[in-house]
Design a protein around this ligand. Structure first.
Ligand SMILES: [Zn+2]
Length: 235
């Protein structure tokens, strides 16, 4: 599909909410897994998941993969369908390195603001791209900006995807937030079963990752993909 000249820094173009968690969401988080969406893993297990949204981005994704390879961490990439279609070799490289690939819609849309037919297309089109690249579709969907409602969850489920949120959003998409503050927030908030929202692209993210990973490992954490975290959380 022809794509407009999309700037490389997609994560900077999209306004994302800083982790303001509504009371309802807190209740859902306390429950952890339900049938339709996944918000955190088992609080009793020191497992944690790194997620990287908005890629792939040529020139950035390769370096992020190298950092994860150096640190022997498997993570989950929520890729934008049109970026995946444009740079399939990067998605393949993620998968070959043992990372998990999820969907982040085709055009990085606010899923709650599009019509049902557009929403379905956003999900099925990305699924087709993933099937073409990987030989199979994804299982997990991260709604852009964390914008979801019961309609988007039902639609995702009908296409075979579980909606995945996060427990920690340090704001790495915001170039005004320094690396030290992002790292401080992550270290302060990390918890067993946590799902950490990061982005594929920002320099600050790549700069802090080795320190974050080594710190959490020293605290006894194991890094798993979102899918593993979800499976390990089921009774
Ligand atoms: Zn995003």
């Amino acid at each position: 599909m022809a794509s407009a000249q999309r700037p490389v820094g997609l994560w900077q173009q999209v306004a994302q909410p800083v982790a303001k968690i509504r009371a309802e969401t807190k209740l859902e988080m306390a429950r952890g897994v339900d049938q339709s969406k996944f918000m955190r893993g088992d609080r009793r297990k020191r497992e944690i998941c790194l997620t990287f949204d908005d890629g792939p981005h040529p020139g950035k994704t390769e370096r992020l993969l190298q950092v994860l390879r150096d640190e022997s961490v498997k993570a989950t990439f929520f890729v934008v369908g049109e970026m995946a279609e444009k740079y399939p070799h990067l998605v393949r490289a993620e998968s070959l390195d043992g990372h998990e690939i999820g969907s982040h819609t085709f055009h990085h849309v606010n899923m709650t603001k599009v019509t049902p037919s557009v929403l379905r297309q956003e999900l099925t089109q990305t699924d087709l791209v993933l099937r073409h690249i990987l030989g199979h579709g994804g299982e997990l969907l991260r709604p852009p900006g964390g914008q979801y409602d019961s309609r988007t969850i039902d639609m995702a489920r009908s296409v075979g995807y579980t909606t995945v949120l996060w427990t920690d959003d340090p704001g790495d998409y915001d170039p005004k937030i320094g690396a030290d503050l992002i790292l401080q927030r992550l270290i302060r908030d990390a918890s067993p079963g946590g799902i950490i929202l990061l982005h594929d692209g920002p320099e600050t993210t790549m700069a802090i990752l080795p320190r974050l990973i080594r710190y959490l490992r020293a605290q006894g954490y194991t890094f798993v993909t979102c899918g593993q975290l979800m499976r390990n959380s089921r009774p």
